[in-house]
Write a protein that binds this ligand. Structure first.
Ligand SMILES: Nc1nc2c(c(=O)[nH]1)N[C@H]1C(S)=C(S)[C@@H](COP(=O)(O)O)O[C@H]1N2
Ligand SMILES: [Mo]
Length: 415
């Protein structure tokens, strides 16, 4: 089909609809709203805090990032992946937000009245903030994704939850770190900062001061309510576009320092120049088709809105292209809403499937011109043979192919 053919022409064309849609008599649909329908009881719990429909079954899964099982032999959960295959829009519901813990699933049970954020080191005035102090200050509310460095596709992964589920996007509310640092007064020698969480292993990371003064958020709000305990209640640092590990949960201390300091979280960067490592651990441009995706089943040929997510640590997504023929031709996708900086962006492409075997792919370009690479391009870049043994070194932002079989089943194009 041509990219210019819009949704309207599909909906006017009976031939397109015939493939898969059920067009029953209208009375059947009307009958569904009759008074005999079962009702959800308005019990006390449902008044206080609403549940989703029992028919909606979308759940997170333990995710073996890097082959490490969750839970492990000691019962610790390290990685939990979001069900992106069921996602609509760009916000991940807080209950379905991916979770990554560097030391397993010990979630501190913090009383927000007791919680403090201390900012010290190379500042004129070290300050300690209570949660109430922070909430008095001017706030920002922004959409941002977080992605774990372990989020990678593999031939073994069956669906988008396994290939891409270690990223999520939420609306975060809090105070800009730059506002707090201005209150403290930065000394000229402050070049780096170390952010620390409140667990026994503090999950500290070194980050450049330029990032702190740019767009970091000390966040207490998530998707319209308090940050969830799994996401860092009562306070977490958002470092937009940086690898997930920098987004310090249970944030309790920020120390301004004059150089890069090696911390617990920086162990993964040991084999590289420290400064380069910290500066380069920015998520590359990445996109994935969530519908149709691995494990799903197309009922037959005809019209489908291909839908997916794109994001980049380099800024807002500028362009998404979709291929419906295994990468020969690339077509411009549409955005749902305006792409935000360092946020998931929903894209779509109208597709008329002819019922033949094919492969779907998406690739994106961000506002600074970075283009998402294919796995073959990455292999070439690293001068490695591109065969079954190839796995992407470092962060994996490769193009994800989904194979469509003639029977409409969708599988991982790497398998
Ligand atoms: N204090 C603390 N912060 C942390 C972690 C942690 O275990 N403890 N995990 C990090 C890692 S590895 C990632 S990918 C992100 C995950 O954020 P999420 O669990 O809210 O999705 O938080 C980071 N911040
Ligand atoms: Mo992570």
């Amino acid at each position: 089909m041509g990219a210019k053919r819009g949704r309207r022409s599909f909906l006017k064309s009976g031939a397109a609809l015939a493939g898969g849609f059920t067009l029953g008599p209208a009375e059947d649909a009307l009958a569904q709203t009759s008074a005999s329908s079962p009702m959800i009881k308005g019990d006390k719990d449902q008044i206080a805090y609403g549940d989703r429909s029992k028919y909606v079954k979308s759940v997170r899964i333990p995710h073996p990032v890097g082959g490490r099982p969750s839970p492990d032999q000691f019962g610790l959960v390290f990685h939990v992946a979001a069900p992106l295959q069921d996602s609509v829009g760009v916000i991940t519901p807080s209950s379905l937000h991916y979770v990554a813990t560097t030391r397993g699933s010990f979630i501190p049970d913090i009383d927000p009245r007791e919680h403090r954020l201390m900012i010290h080191g190379l500042v004129d005035r070290p300050l300690t903030f209570t949660m109430d102090d922070l909430k008095r200050l001017p706030s920002v509310t922004r959409l941002h994704f977080i992605e774990c460095a372990g989020n990678r596709s593999s031939p073994k992964a069956k669906n988008v939850q396994e290939t891409h589920g270690m990223t999520s996007c939420a609306e975060w509310t809090g105070v800009l770190l730059s506002s707090l640092l201005k209150e403290c007064g930065l000394k000229g020698s402050a070049k780096w900062f170390v952010a620390e969480g409140a667990e026994e292993v503090k999950g500290a990371s070194s980050m450049p001061i330029a990032k702190a003064m740019d767009d970091c958020i000390v966040a207490y709000g998530m998707n319209g309510e308090a940050v969830r305990p799994q996401q860092g209640f009562p306070l977490r640092l958002m470092v937009p576009g940086f690898e997930g590990i920098f987004h310090t949960k249970y944030l309790r201390r920020i120390k301004l320092v004059d150089q890069y300091y090696m911390n617990y979280n920086d162990f993964g960067h040991l084999d590289q120049d420290h400064k380069v490592a910290a500066l380069e651990y920015q998520i590359g441009p990445k996109s994935v088709i969530t519908f149709p995706s691995g494990g799903q089943q197309l009922p037959g040929k005809g019209f489908y809105e291909i839908s997916g997510l794109a994001w980049s640590g380099g800024g807002a997504i500028k362009l998404v292209e979709v291929s419906t023929d295994g990468g020969r031709k690339w077509n411009k996708a549409e955005f749902k809403g305006t792409p935000q900086r360092m946020a998931h962006t929903r894209f779509s492409y109208m597709w008329d499937w002819d019922g033949q075997e094919t492969e779907l792919m998406s690739r994106c370009t961000d506002e600074i011109g970075q283009v998402q690479p294919t796995r073959a391009q990455i292999a070439k870049y690293w001068n490695k043979p591109f065969d079954a043994t190839f796995s992407v070194p470092g962060l994996d932002n490769s193009v994800q192919p989904w194979k469509i079989a003639r029977d409409g089943s969708v599988t991982n194009g790497y398998a």
